[in-house]
Design a binder for this molecule. Structure first.
Ligand SMILES: [Fe+2]
Ligand SMILES: [Fe+2]
Length: 258
């Protein structure tokens, strides 16, 4: 589990009350209020409510981002591991490993479509490091926190096919919410930079993470229909991706507060 524990249920939440409602509001907007992403009711249900059931929405890192009073150096300390894990690590390490992990044609077609997406109109991780630099920050070297997360992602995408697809669905669905959280936090601090930034425009658009999650659902539906994978594997993979991401962002948070 994470290095951060949730506060006990009776602890005062006054300080983070606004951040909590902002997190819930973003989750409703980005995930719950969407049209059903799949024709399989259990899959739509997993996508729309899975993260909520795992208490991921109001983790300490997202609440800190949404509280809106991070110092400039704390922002840099968040953006570095985030870049090396979720952006550069995902594009350059995880996706190539995922492509090699399974010979199933449907999986390979799916991963190739995500690789194409991640390079349209240009490499998204380069776009993100340019963005970080436009804020006056440096991405530096890959920190251990990010390396640990990349290793977990590779393990998730390389596990049994049903689990790997569920894992991919968890990653894409989580990214949809996560990018909205980061966007909202940055908007308060850097309104002018964010307003004209290509990375956030592409990822907040409905052809971004929402479309990636839909493409994942299509592969899952086809492989469930032909008996290649099972619903329980997909569910386990989805939950593992959410927990791995939660651990990653909570690890970043723990380092910020040391
Ligand atoms: Fe991307
Ligand atoms: Fe994505």
């Amino acid at each position: 589990m994470t290095t951060m524990e949730k506060p006990p249920a009776d602890a005062p939440h006054t300080l983070s009350g606004n951040a909590r409602s902002a997190a819930n509001q973003l989750y409703r907007e980005r995930i719950v209020s969407r049209d059903d992403p799949s024709s399989l009711p259990w899959l739509s249900q997993l996508l729309k409510h899975g993260m909520l059931e795992l208490d991921h929405i109001d983790n300490p890192m997202y609440l800190t981002l949404l509280e809106g009073n991070m110092s400039s150096s704390a922002f840099e300390s968040f953006l570095r591991p985030y870049y090396w894990g979720s952006s550069q690590g995902f594009n350059k390490k995880v996706l190539p490993a995922a492509l090699k992990a399974h010979s199933n044609e449907n999986w390979r077609g799916y991963i190739k479509s995500i690789i194409r997406e991640e390079n349209t109109p240009s490499c998204h991780s380069t776009m993100f490091s340019n963005f970080v630099q436009s804020l006056g920050y440096e991405v530096g070297d890959r920190p251990d926190t990010a390396q640990r997360f990349v290793d977990k992602l590779i393990a998730g995408y390389s596990a049994t096919l049903g689990f790997a697809l569920g894992y991919a669905l968890g990653v894409e669905t989580e990214a949809d919410f996560q990018i909205a959280v980061i966007h909202s936090a940055l908007l308060k601090q850097f309104p002018n930079v964010i307003a004209r930034d290509e990375f956030f425009t592409i990822h907040m658009d409905e052809s971004g993470e929402e479309a990636h999650a839909k493409a994942t659902c299509e592969s899952i539906e086809a492989l469930i229909a032909d008996g290649t994978i099972e619903a329980s594997q997909v569910r386990d993979g989805f939950n593992a991706a959410v927990l791995d991401t939660r651990d990653f962002v909570c690890d970043i948070h723990a380092e910020l507060t040391h």
